[in-house]
Design a protein around this ligand. Structure first.
Ligand code: B12
Ligand code: SF4
Length: 459
């Protein structure tokens, strides 16, 4: 994606909740990317702020060692600091992580807000830890996993995201390739979890198989709040699954009612079948500013889609892309290679399918056994995993072979996918002069940064 600096959404959300519920807490959010801090600067910040607690975000499995190093740094600044982390990876690996990394004191499993607020309130009294549901920690040389905490029933009881906690650098966040440098960029959360159960996804398990959503009105209110307070013009609704039914129509209606300026746009991830179910709402969604959909296409092969428990067909993908393009919404397809049955031939078929599908943009990923997804359990049971370095668990590195392709061959196949999709001149020129504004922006950005050449050089 080239230039890109996203706000640390999970942290500002936790910070806003703490501000409301743990009123005595003094909070400082450090974003080393936005503030250009290196490890030494970060240590200095910890020494000068003198916190009782340092809590690190983690976001994805590939950040594991960075999280650990952050907490090690905190302990070096002051060994009495209580170090905490959470999120999908550490929730799924709480036992191993506490064994492996002595500098993590507490892991907050699952939903963070209530558990973290209770932990902060009791940070000075370790005897109280045994009563805090949702944490894992060490006690008398043993690792203890307290019972899980029930999910928050109504997400609207959460505060608005705490962008004020990063106000000194909020204007630095941007998504240049898609929106340019001058479109202030924010994330807003419209829901948590998903009612589907795809085997490669960690999301539904993390949220206990439940799909909770905020009302359309609340989502539009948060958009307007961000626009009015921070000038936000490019908005990612972080839901993994936009969903279908009246929700989408209501979101469009509410955003339109909130009368945001025309240059405020938003984007979201969605399933192909939901785009089809939403087809009558697409014109209104477009009018409300929806200009980009990341579509879970995943595979060109029905049996692979079935083995993924995805619940869609390749024809659904074709129809969804057609509908998005017809409504001038940038259609971004997301594909997965490296499933156990994948062969050189099946991946070649995928490349041909994507050519034919002709989305505005395509991201190819490698099937990754993330702790917390079903693929991980299966791969571990069967001894398929060849690379245990968490920093490679980013859907770009192959960490396991297929039945017929070695790990290196899977990696090569990924490069071939990019070469075939972006390597063609007609595609490049088509993108540069596309009728879709976002597509033009992305392809001009890629051209100006020479991303095509850089991609090609990689291969
Ligand atoms: C936005 C986003 C991004 C943004 C990040 C923006 C940012 N800085 O926050 C960008 C585009 C950069 C991104 C990149 C990637 N992402 Co991403 N991303 C997301 C997305 C859609 C939303 C994250 C979010 O803000 N959620 C809302 C917050 C509130 O939820 P949360 O983070 O889970 O936090 C809650 C709890 O888990 C817990 N918690 C979490 N952390 C902590 C820490 C502490 C201390 C405590 C107390 C509690 C706690 O409390 C929070 C409140 O309840 C998620 C999917 C999702 N909907 O969550 C995927 C997701 C996190 N991404 C994922 C992946 C794989 C990636 C990439 C590897 C993809 C790639 N190949 O580029 C990269 C990794 C980049 C990197 N090195 O960090 C996977 C992670 C799977 C895994 N186990 O690794 C997810 C889950 C998507 C999925 N369905 O598989 N991503
Ligand atoms: S991949 Fe998408 S549809 Fe499937 S479980 Fe995850 S969020 Fe839901």
């Amino acid at each position: 994606m080239g230039d890109y600096l996203p706000p640390p959404y999970g942290l500002i959300q936790l910070g806003a909740y703490l501000e409301r519920e743990a009123k005595d807490a003094e909070i400082e959010i450090v974003d080393c990317n936005a503030q250009h801090l290196d490890w030494r600067d970060m240590e200095e910040r910890i020494r000068s702020f003198k916190p009782n607690i340092v809590a690190s975000s983690s976001l994805a499995t590939c950040n594991t060692y960075v999280v650990v190093r952050t907490l090690e740094t905190a302990k070096r600044a002051n060994p009495n600091i209580l170090t905490v982390t959470g999120g999908q990876h550490f929730t799924a690996t709480a036992q191993e992580s506490l064994v492996e990394y002595p500098d993590i004191d507490v892991i907050v499993r699952g939903e963070g807000e209530e558990t973290f607020a209770e932990l902060v309130a009791n940070a000075g009294n370790k005897n109280a830890f045994s009563r805090i549901n949702g944490i894992s920690f060490r006690h008398n040389g043993k690792i203890v996993h307290n019972p899980p905490r029930p999910l928050i029933e109504n997400l609207e009881n959460l505060p608005y995201p705490g962008y004020h906690l990063v106000k000194d650098f909020v204007n630095k966040y941007h998504f240049a390739p898609m929106a340019g440098r001058n479109a202030p960029y924010v994330l807003i959360e419209g829901g948590r979890g998903c009612p589907h159960e795809c085997v490669f996804c960690t999301q539904w398990k993390h949220w206990q198989g439940r799909w909770r959503v905020k009302s359309a009105r609340r989502i539009a209110d948060e958009m307007r709040f961000c626009y009015e307070n921070y000038g936000s013009k490019f908005i990612w609704l972080t839901d993994d699954n936009l969903g279908a039914g009246t929700r989408t129509n209501d979101i469009a209606d509410e955003i339109l009612k909130h009368k945001l300026p025309d240059d405020v746009t938003w984007f979201v991830q969605a399933r192909c079948d939901d785009i089809i179910k939403n087809k009558d709402s697409l014109p209104k969604l477009r009018k409300s500013g929806l200009n980009w959909v990341l579509l879970g296409v995943e595979s060109s092969d029905s049996s692979t889609l079935n083995s993924f428990k995805k619940g869609i067909t390749p024809e659904d993908a074709k129809e969804a892309v057609r509908l998005l393009k017809k409504n001038d919404i940038f259609a971004h397809a997301m594909l997965i290679i490296g499933n156990r049955k994948d062969t050189a031939k099946s991946i070649e078929n995928l490349r041909r399918f994507v050519e034919d599908l002709d989305p505005d943009f395509a991201i190819f990923a490698i099937l990754t056994p993330f702790p917390g997804n079903e693929i991980f359990d299966e791969a571990k049971r069967n001894g398929w995993i060849e690379d245990a370095n968490w920093s490679h668990y980013d859907m770009v590195h192959a960490v396991m072979p297929t039945e017929t392709l070695s790990r290196n061959e899977v990696q090569e196949e990924l490069y071939k996918c990019y070469r075939s999709f972006y390597g063609s001149w007609s595609k490049r020129f088509g993108g540069l002069f596309s009728g879709n504004e976002l597509k033009r922006k992305v392809y001009w950005h890629m051209a100006s940064k020479n991303i095509m050449r850089q991609l090609k050089a990689l291969f």
